[in-house]
Design a protein around this ligand. Structure first.
Ligand code: CNA
Length: 285
């Protein structure tokens, strides 16, 4: 769309107009969609940023191709690279960013309908966003199970394995008493695996939202990448990312805020009149 195309909902395609829309109380059901880019400033590399992303730095794991580390077939034969990475990414070592705190602020204001995250670092939860507001579309490290019998595996033994960069094996027995001994993996979604049921149960929510905020994702993994398209035409969609992605910008009320997440989130908070409150909330996180 060119700059002369009239908007349907916002006064203009600017951050100021989004701030006004929120301040006027017209955003009461906000759906936020996040990816690895909101956590890079916390010190967790994303997948695809050139030079710094995990995919650019996986030579040391000697993978045949970068995505192999999150692929079930490869994991079955060679699970160690995953466990080396898992130790580096495991939750508890990183502090939420001001972008994570902003999602929590939306919730405290009572206007966060749902957060869909692709991240497995649990930083949104650590920033205070309650469990029932979060859809972990690609799973998390919260639980783990056997890739063969699907049986669960104790958390303490998983932590031990992660710390030792060793590979845990299933403790369950078959009905005939044979040990299963299958490989155990955290319930994060690998390529080719089904997303959690909660994702499918909630994926129509963007169509009931009055504002969509997409942050820090290349929107290159389906079906997550389809979520913004479920919003109604005329529902404002804000993209906060270092690059334009996923066709955002193609609708009358799309607002592109290109740049680093934390800086752009501060601008959005400022436009809402919340910057001091946000900084104070983040300082307590
Ligand atoms: P991605 O494909 O690596 O894309 C990240 C996007 O964020 C890119 O468009 C970057 O340009 C952009 N970006 C990076 N840093 C910033 C920044 N500071 N400010 C603004 N934009 C930035 O990652 P996606 O999340 O889109 O891909 C989906 C995968 C990545 C999911 O399955 C995740 O599980 C997986 N992942 C998660 C984590 C984590 O939990 N923190 C880390 C690495 C990968």
């Amino acid at each position: 769309i060119d700059e002369n195309t009239p908007t349907q909902t916002l006064d203009s395609r600017t951050v100021e107009a989004v701030g006004k829309y929120i301040k006027d109380g017209r955003a009461k059901r906000i759906v936020v969609m996040t990816g690895a880019g909101i956590s890079t400033s916390a010190g967790i590399p994303d997948f695809r940023s050139p030079g710094t992303g995990l995919y650019a730095n996986l030579q040391r794991l000697k993978l045949p191709y970068a995505e192999a580390v999150f692929t079930l077939d490869y994991f079955r034969n060679n699970p160690l690279p995953f466990y080396i990475l898992a130790q580096e990414l495991y939750p508890g070592q990183f502090r939420p960013t001001i972008t994570h705190a902003f999602i929590n602020l939306l919730n405290e204001k009572g206007i966060l309908l749902k957060l869909f995250t692709q991240n497995i670092d649990c930083l949104e939860r650590e920033a205070g966003v309650p469990d029932d507001k979060i859809i972990e579309a690609h799973g998390s490290f919260a639980n783990q199970s056997c890739i063969d019998c699907k049986g669960s595996f104790p958390k303490d033994l998983m932590l031990k394995a992660i710390n030792e960069k060793s590979v845990p094996h299933c403790l369950h027995k078959s009905p005939s008493g044979e040990p299963c001994d299958g490989l155990v993996k955290p319930n994060i979604v690998f390529f080719g695996e089904q997303l959690p049921g909660a994702f499918f149960d909630n994926r129509d929510l963007p169509s009931t939202a009055d504002l969509i905020i997409v942050m820090g994702t290349s929107l290159s993994v389906a079906p997550f990448s389809q979520l913004p398209s479920f919003a109604h035409d005329g529902t404002p969609r804000v993209l906060i990312n270092s690059e334009a992605v996923g066709g955002l910008g193609s609708r009358t009320d799309d607002v592109l805020m290109l740049g680093d997440c934390d800086g752009q989130v501060r601008k959005l908070a400022e436009a809402c009149g919340w910057l001091e409150e946000l900084e104070a909330m983040w300082a307590m996180t």
